[in-house]
Design a protein around this ligand. Sequence first.
Ligand code: UDP
Ligand code: GLC
Ligand code: MN
Length: 331
Amino acid sequence: MTDQAYVTLATNDAYGKGALVLGTSLRNHKTSKRLAVLVTPQVSESMRAVLQKLYDDVRLVDVLDSGDSAHLALLQRPELGVTLTKLHCWTLTHYSKCVFMDADTMVLCNVDELFEREELSAAPDPGWPDCFNSGVFVFRPSIETYEQLLNVCAGKGSFDGGDQGILNHFFNKWSTSDINKHLPFIYNLSSIAIYSYLPAFKQYGADAKVVHFLGKVKPWNFSYNATTKSITGESQELFSLHPDYLTLWWETFTFSVLPLLMEHGVVKESQTGLKAEEVTEAMSHIHLSEPPPPPPISSEERKQKWEQGQADYMGADSFENIQKKLDSFLK
Ligand code: UDP
Ligand code: GLC
Ligand code: MN
């Protein structure tokens, strides 16, 4: 599908790392869509070169900043004025339909079915569920819509100082007009919601499809020990991110993204926090230039093989995986 794409945004190298993990997760789960990333001039040349390896389309755009410190103070996120830059996604008119995903999201499975939805489809915001969260949404690029959105910015402005305020004002029928435009919450599961309604997370969390590390603290603000698989950080807010998702983010980063960043000199070996043998291990995972691995066998085929006594003890049917499955059932 060349006229449909996932789109994300990075206005600096830190969010660039997020975009690389997101893009890797989409590729790992065999998306058939294009991958596009909007970057601003603050993103370094070398980071752009790495993004180019993973993304089909790396688009340079101007920063759009609300500069609205009053509303951003209410949101307690003074840095989010630049999220208006996200609105540039409507200018990607060589695509007929797109799914925007924040650079702090990651897919846990293939979510290409999102493209069956119409503009503007999104999941409820965990803080105010009559508003949608603008971390994941389906839209149709259109210069007309883009100009109308800029008019809202110039006129009324954004009630939260960022893109989510503008978009909820513009698509203000979202909460009442068409239930098909309400994406299930599992397409934008934010850490905040996990802790604010833990019983629901225990009940439905296993169905999660997209994780969103919403909030001030992002996965890339921590350090990771690849040997012990432990994550450390100065901030107490480490505990506001779910440890399993955080570990998955760091695993993806260490083995798929870091090798590319080292190859392009964005990160030096001494800055990785990894031991020499871990660096070698990480570098051996560079797989982007190699042919993709064979598709995993279906669960039916796997069941048949298992019943014929041909279990994949070293892979999908390893003791570790079986134990994980049991643990998740018992939880
Ligand atoms: N973003 C960016 N640079 C910034 C802040 C935000 O590129 O300095 C982009 C990035 O794609 C990010 C999105 O805007 O995921 C929304 O910001 P963020 O995810 O930090 O907001 P939250 O979801 O935590 O409210
Ligand atoms: C929200 C969204 C984010 C958006 C920000 C500013 O919390 O998660 O995507 O950029 O608000 O409006
Ligand atoms: Mn976000």
